[in-house]
Design a protein around this ligand. Structure first.
Ligand code: FPP
Length: 281
């Protein structure tokens, strides 16, 4: 019998989007319907500091290892034809960290963009950055702009990096953009949800169907507050640097077990309700 926890690489049919997979990944893939994966996955990549502390390493070693997890997550989602992936890399609150750690994170992002561009291009990925770009260091602004320009013709997955991002700040920015638009047009009609959505950093993207948070904390930390209104939330104890492909597939398996009702009643209750309506006729 196959040991699903074995990390030995197993070659499945070459047409499989993930190519060579481990026995554990093959076991999870069998449970997964690749036709109903989330369209948009959002991830709070937490636990880099704890991962490093547990190994008596400086926190920055955890961030560096975390970029490897980001690479695997990006490539896996792209191969699985997920439409959008949003990674929370730096929040508006993260400026409260020691300057040396902030500088390291900014440097790491620049290095990441330089090193990963071939993989991004090979996978036909389009990059976007969500957040207040004008408050970022000039070099980061330049590199992120260049990454967006270099990938703007790509037609595959949209990869959003939330950088100097805050969910409340995003809603305030959208409200101010609407006010400016109103002043210019003189239109005085009430704003609708669609008007707000047009001005969110994520405009044009579907809302996340699944939000993954690593490291066990049960909170949303000011991430995509508007957009996650109906997202399924998956919290795992696994620290971000240890969140490998099998853990990602596991989150998808869990997602597919959820009954998404959007405030209505579930499919099974709906069919029960309609059979009892028919029985009463
Ligand atoms: C949270 O861990 C992680 C961050 C604030 C930074 C996330 C950045 C990366 C994973 C690397 C860069 C990513 C990309 C896409 C280039 P924490 O430091 O809050 O961990 P802790 O809660 O254990 O202290």
């Amino acid at each position: 019998m196959t040991d699903p926890t074995s990390s030995k690489t197993l070659h499945v049919a070459s047409s499989h989007p993930l190519g060579a997979v481990t026995a554990e990944e093959a076991f999870l893939l069998e449970k997964l319907n690749l036709g109903s994966l989330p369209r948009h996955l959002a991830v709070i990549m937490d636990g880099n500091g704890r991962w490093a502390q547990r190994r008596h390493l400086p926190r920055i070693a955890g961030h560096r290892k975390g970029t490897e997890t980001a690479r695997v997550t990006i490539e896996t989602c792209s191969r699985l034809k997920i439409a959008a992936l949003t990674l929370y890399a730096f929040s508006v609150e993260n400026w409260r960290r020691p300057k040396a750690e902030i500088d390291f994170l900014m440097q790491l992002l620049r290095e990441y963009l330089r090193q990963e561009m071939p993989l991004i291009q090979r996978n036909n990925i389009r990059m976007r950055f969500l957040g207040r770009a004008d408050e970022l260091p000039a070099a980061v602004q330049r590199d992120t702009r260049e990454a967006m320009e270099a990938t703007e013709q790509n037609t595959g997955m949209v990869l959003c990096i939330a950088l100097n991002y805050g969910g409340r700040a995003e809603i305030v920015d959208a409200a101010n953009a609407l006010l400016a638009e109103r002043e210019a047009s003189g239109n005085s009609q009430k704003f609708t949800e669609a008007d707000v959505e047009r001005h969110l950093y994520t405009s044009g993207l579907p809302d996340p169907d699944l939000l993954i948070r690593t490291s066990g904390e049960m909170r949303v930390s000011n991430f995509l507050l508007w957009q996650i209104a109906y997202a399924e939330i998956f919290v795992t104890e696994t620290l971000w640097p240890d969140f490998n492909r099998a853990r990602l597939l596991e989150a998808f398996v869990e997602f597919q077990k959820r009954d998404r009702r959007y405030g209505g009643i579930g499919e099974s209750e709906e069919s029960e309700a309609s059979s009892s309506r028919l029985a009463r006729k």
